[in-house]
Design a binder for this molecule. Structure first.
Ligand SMILES: Cc1cc2nc3c(=O)[nH]c(=O)nc-3n(C[C@H](O)[C@H](O)[C@H](O)COP(=O)(O)OP(=O)(O)OC[C@H]3O[C@@H](n4cnc5c(N)ncnc54)[C@H](O)[C@@H]3O)c2cc1C
Length: 398
C-alpha cells in the first residue's frame, strides 16, 4: 500500500491547485480523478473568474497561461432599472481589480498539466469507494480503478475536492445544509468579429431575472440568462426564441441577431446553495465540496483556488513534520468559515429571487452616481473585501 502525505480526491480546480501547492512545499500527493480523459473539463460553468483568485492562480504557475491563452482580463458592469454601475476611472486602471474570463476547455487541462508536472504528485485514475482511520490516525483509502479493482492508499490527511456532490463528504458523513435556488439558467456561446475588442463583462439584474454577457478568448462571447423557475415551462416551449427575445430587450444589448451561435444552449435547473460542516478527523474539504454558492454570483472558481491555498497554508507544515495536524485542520476550517460563509449566506438569500430589498435598492440607486460606492460594490462582488467592510462603506453613506 503506497503511503502519501496527502491524498486528494478530484482533479478539478481545487484539487489540482491544492496538489501543486502541497507539492511545492515538499509534500507527497496522490491526486485521484474518476474521469479517464486528461482533457476533461467542466462544461457546466460560465467561467468568469473573480480577481480575488488571481494571486493564487499566479502561485500555482498559471502566469504564462494567463498571458498567452487569450482570455480576457475583465471588469464587471451592472445594469439595474436605476442605470449602469461601473467602476471609477481610477479603479478601472488598476489591474489588480480585474478578474479573468477564460473557457474551462482551456483552463482545466492546463491546470492538470501543471499538477502532473510536479514530481511528487502521483496521478491516479479512479473513484473513491471508502476511507477510514486506523489507530494511529493514518487515512486508509479505497479507490476503485477503471478495471474495477480496489487500490488501497495511505495518507496523513484526505482532501475531498470532488465538487458539489462530493462522494468523499458523503462517505465521511459530513453534514450538508442546502438552500434552494429559484432561478434556472440557459447559456450558449456566440461569435462575432467585434467581440475581439470587448473586455467588459456585462450583467443585468432585472429583478428577479438576470443576464450576463462575458467576452472570452478569440471572438467568443458567452451569453447567459437566469430566470425565475415560475417561467420555466413557458421558456422551454421555445428556448432559442425566448433566449433571443430576452437578450434583445436588454439595455445596451449585444447584437444577438448578428452573432453566430457556436454551441447548443446549455441549461441548468439544479443549483442549490450547499454548505458542509462537522467533519470527521483527518478529512479536509475544499472548493465546491465544502461550499457551493449560486453560480449567478460567479465565485466558485475563485473560491476553489482560494480554499485550496488556504488549506495548504494552514496545514502543510504540520503534515510534513507531523505535529498538531488536527489543530491545523481545525484552524483551516475556522478561517474558511470566517472568510467564505458570510458571502455564501448573502448569495443564498439572493437565490430566492425575491424583489430587491431596501439595501439593494439603496446600493443600486446610489452607486450609479457615486463612484466610491460603485468601486466598493464591485470589490465586494469580486470578494476582494468582506461583508463587514462593505457594510461599513454603506453605513458611512447613509
Ligand atoms: C451553470 C454554472 C455556471 C457557473 N459559472 C461560474 C462562473 O462564471 N464563475 C465561477 O467562478 N464559477 C462558476 N460556476 C461554479 C464553478 O463551476 C465551480 O465552483 C468550480 O468548478 C468548483 O471547482 P471544484 O474544483 O471545487 O469542483 P469541480 O470543478 O466540480 O471538480 C471536481 C472534480 O472531482 C472529480 N470527481 C468527482 N467525484 C469524484 C470521485 N468520486 N472520485 C474521484 N474524482 C471525482 C470530477 O470529475 C472533477 O474533476 C458555475 C457553476 C455552474 C453549475
Amino acid at each position: 500500500m503506497k503511503n502519501y502525505d496527502v491524498a486528494i480526491v478530484g482533479a478539478g480546480i481545487a484539487g489540482c491547485a491544492a496538489a501543486i501547492l502541497f507539492a511545492k512545499k515538499g509534500l507527497t500527493v496522490a491526486l485521484v480523478e474518476k474521469k479517464q480523459n486528461h482533457d476533461y473539463y467542466k462544461i457546466l460553468c460560465t467561467h468568469t473568474i473573480q480577481s480575488s483568485a488571481i494571486p493564487t492562480m499566479l502561485r500555482v504557475g498559471l502566469g504564462d497561461f494567463i498571458e498567452t491563452a487569450g482570455g480576457k482580463y475583465t471588469h464587471h458592469e451592472l445594469w439595474t432599472s436605476y442605470g449602469w454601475i461601473k467602476r471609477s476611472e481610477r479603479s478601472s486602471n488598476d489591474i489588480s481589480t480585474k478578474g479573468y474570463n477564460i473557457s474551462r476547455a482551456l483552463l482545466d487541462p492546463e491546470l492538470k498539466r501543471l499538477a502532473l508536472r510536479e514530481s511528487n504528485v502521483d496521478y491516479i485514475t479512479g473513484d473513491i469507494e471508502d476511507f477510514h482511520l486506523d489507530l494511529d490516525k493514518t487515512c486508509i483509502i479505497d479507490i476503485k480503478t477503471p478495471k474495477k479493482t480496489i487500490l488501497k492508499l495511505k495518507s496523513k490527511i484526505l482532501v475531498g475536492a470532488d465538487g458539489s456532490r462530493s462522494k468523499t463528504a458523503k462517505i465521511g458523513n459530513v453534514n450538508v445544509v442546502s438552500k434552494p435556488n429559484y432561478r434556472f439558467t440557459y447559456y450558449a456561446y456566440f461569435k462575432h468579429e467585434s467581440f475581439k475588442n470587448i473586455h467588459e463583462s456585462k450583467m443585468w439584474f432585472l429583478n428577479p431575472n438576470i443576464a450576463y454577457a462575458f467576452p472570452n478568448e478569440n471572438d467568443i462571447m458567452l451569453l447567459c440568462c437566469g430566470i425565475h423557475k415560475s417561467q420555466l415551462l413557458e421558456f422551454k416551449k421555445n428556448i432559442k426564441n425566448n433566449f433571443i427575445n430576452f437578450f434583445k430587450d436588454l439595455d445596451d444589448s449585444p447584437y444577438i441577431e448578428e452573432m453566430e451561435q457556436v454551441t447548443d444552449f446549455i441549461g441548468t435547473l439544479r443549483m442549490e446553495n450547499i454548505y458542509r460542516e462537522n467533519y470527521p478527523e483527518r478529512l479536509a474539504l475544499i472548493g465546491d465540496a465544502t461550499l457551493t454558492s449560486d453560480p449567478a454570483s460567479g465565485v466558485g472558481i475563485a473560491w476553489a483556488f482560494q480554499s485550496a491555498e488556504m488549506l495548504v497554508e494552514h496545514t502543510a507544515d504540520s503534515i510534513l513534520f507531523e505535529y498538531n495536524v488536527d489543530d491545523a485542520l481545525a484552524n483551516y476550517y475556522k478561517a474558511h468559515k470566517k472568510y467564505f460563509k458570510p458571502h455564501h449566506d448573502i448569495i443564498s438569500k439572493d437565490s430566492l429571487a425575491k424583489p430587491f430589498g431596501d439595501a439593494a435598492n439603496f446600493i443600486y440607486s446610489t452607486a450609479v452616481n457615486n463612484s466610491d460606492l460603485a468601486d466598493s460594490f464591485f470589490d465586494f462582488c469580486a470578494r476582494r473585501i468582506g461583508v463587514n467592510d462593505f457594510f461599513s462603506t454603506l453605513e458611512s453613506l447613509k
